[in-house]
Design a protein around this ligand. Structure first.
Ligand SMILES: *[C@@H]1O[C@H](CO)[C@@H](O)[C@H](O)[C@H]1NC(C)=O
Ligand SMILES: *[C@@H]1O[C@H](CO)[C@@H](O)[C@H](O)[C@H]1NC(C)=O
Ligand SMILES: *[C@@H]1O[C@H](CO)[C@@H](O)[C@H](O)[C@H]1NC(C)=O
Ligand SMILES: *[C@@H]1O[C@H](CO)[C@@H](O)[C@H](O)[C@H]1NC(C)=O
Ligand SMILES: *[C@@H]1O[C@H](CO)[C@@H](O)[C@H](O)[C@H]1NC(C)=O
Length: 411
């Protein structure tokens, strides 16, 4: 009696959830053909009422056409903004969504349901994703960023909430995620769920270039990198090594041509970006922090092979700052570009034909700004895709304070 009542209640609840969260919601004009696309771009709503992926097709010039919204099977969540107040960024991280080209999958965090969802990418129409298996427990609370290895068969997630730490999985794009034994590790942050940030939260998680280390940025004012050894079987060292440096180290972008060097955006009070020079889990030379005058919150970074430069996006001033880094790791600011009221955050640069195309989530407009990296010191807007209006017309809840992520798949 009791158990059947619970069963009825449970199925009523799941039916209600299924009803209010349709799996696929078209955003393209009826009859739009995916023919001729070169890939797809994705971000997510990160809404507490239901997390939706928003996908767009990419044409040969790099321009976007909206395709659909897809329910991730989980919920989003917004961190509690503490000082310095930064109301537009919900997860305080880079890398809440990642794509593996060789693995032909996409993964995202569901910060509100402590899970990770993975999707198989359909080669004919990469904007039409298929969820693989079920969302998998992230091993903690408030999962916010993901790392994948080069082969596309291992994934790690960092949790930044009351249960903070990392967890790694093997990936199979037909079966989904399987936790790796010995790869659930504590980060020991004194946090809440949702986290209060951006201070005292993780900023990004990546594998080192040689994949022997797993590296997480922690923004504490006197920031540090938490670095675990990655064993052959994918398990992690029990403890992490703490490498101090920077103020609020946020993103991590490997410095091209300098093994072990990492470029981190750093929105600390007198910072802008910090460059770390690592040999394994030790510093080869002291970290170099450079100030970006007048910055509000430079939190995301991306590299362009075409210009050979790094770009950091500032969600509060809406500026993109281009930085050149020498082999010696000396660096200088090349140029700043105003993006109006975009509130740019997560970004990806990909090479399409002869062009490097820069996709920036324009959180404050609930859209995507597409730029062409023409040369060093030359960055041109080629498209401003509005997503707010089409999403509203299709009844997908999108909030500029919650949207996250920017990932691209190319054929
Ligand atoms: C943890 O955070 C709470 C709330 O901010 C604070 O009162 C407490 O002292 C902290 N504990 C440690 C061990 O840092
Ligand atoms: C890990 O950290 C704990 C607590 O700080 C310490 O007792 C232990 O010896 C460390 N283990 C290793 C393998 O370094
Ligand atoms: C933003 O970039 C513009 C254009 O280069 C520049 O004039 C302005 O000073 C920058 N603003 C800040 C706050 O850095
Ligand atoms: C967001 O856009 C509004 C105008 O719609 C503007 O007043 C505000 O300054 C923008 N915020 C940021 C952080 O760019
Ligand atoms: C969106 O919701 C409104 C109100 O519930 C409804 O009238 C409308 O048909 C819906 N539109 C779509 C495209 O589902």
């Amino acid at each position: 009696m009791k158990s059947s009542a619970i069963f009825i209640l449970a199925s009523a609840v799941s039916a209600a959830v299924a009803c209010s969260t349709p799996a696929r919601i078209p955003l393209a004009k009826k009859g739009l053909s995916p023919k001729g696309n070169v890939g797809a771009a994705y971000f997510m709503s990160n809404e507490p009422s239901g997390n939706y992926l928003i996908s767009s097709l990419i044409d040969p010039e790099g321009k976007l056409t909206l395709w659909e919204g897809l329910y991730t099977g989980g919920t989003g969540l917004k961190g509690v903004p503490g000082p310095p107040v930064n109301v537009l960024d919900a997860l305080f991280t880079q890398g809440s969504m990642v794509v593996s080209q060789p693995g032909k999958f996409l993964a995202n965090v569901n910060a509100g349901s402590n899970s990770v969802t993975i999707y198989a990418i359909n080669a004919q129409n990469p904007a039409e994703l298929t969820i693989v298996g079920k969302p998998t427990w992230s091993g903690g609370e408030f999962p916010t960023s993901l790392a994948i290895n080069k082969a596309g068969n291992r994934l790690c997630v960092v949790n930044g909430g009351a249960v903070s730490g990392v967890s790694c999985y093997t990936v199979d794009n037909r079966k989904g995620l399987t936790p790796i034994p010995g790869a659930l590790r504590d980060l020991g942050l004194n946090q809440t769920t949702p986290a209060t940030g951006p201070g005292n939260t993780p900023g990004d998680i990546i594998f080192s270039e040689d994949e022997k280390y797993l590296i997480v940025t922690i923004k504490t004012g006197n920031g540090y990198l938490a670095i675990w050894d990655v064993n052959h079987d994918g398990s992690l060292s029990k403890n992490f090594t703490k490498v101090n440096g920077g103020q609020l180290p946020f993103s991590l972008t490997p410095v091209t041509g300098v093994p072990g060097a990492l470029f981190a955006s750093d929105p600390g009070m007198t910072a802008g970006y910090t460059i770390y020079n690592l040999d394994g889990n030790k510093l080869k030379s002291p970290p170099l922090t450079t100030k970006i005058e007048g910055q509000g919150a430079v939190c995301w970074s991306v590299y362009s092979p075409k210009s050979g430069n790094y770009y950091v996006t500032d969600i509060r001033t809406s500026n993109i700052t281009e930085v050149h880094v020498e082999k010696s790791l000396q660096s200088h600011i090349v140029k700043q570009y105003s993006m109006g009221y975009d509130g740019p955050m997560d970004s990806t640069i990909v090479t399409i034909g002869k062009n490097d195309i820069f996709y920036a989530l324009a959180a404050n407009r609930t859209g995507i700004t597409v730029l062409n990296v023409a040369a060093p010191g030359k960055l041109d807007v080629i498209q401003r895709l509005d997503v707010a209006d089409p999403a509203a017309a299709a009844n997908i809840t999108l909030n500029r304070l919650d949207v996250q992520g920017m990932a691209v798949f190319l054929h």
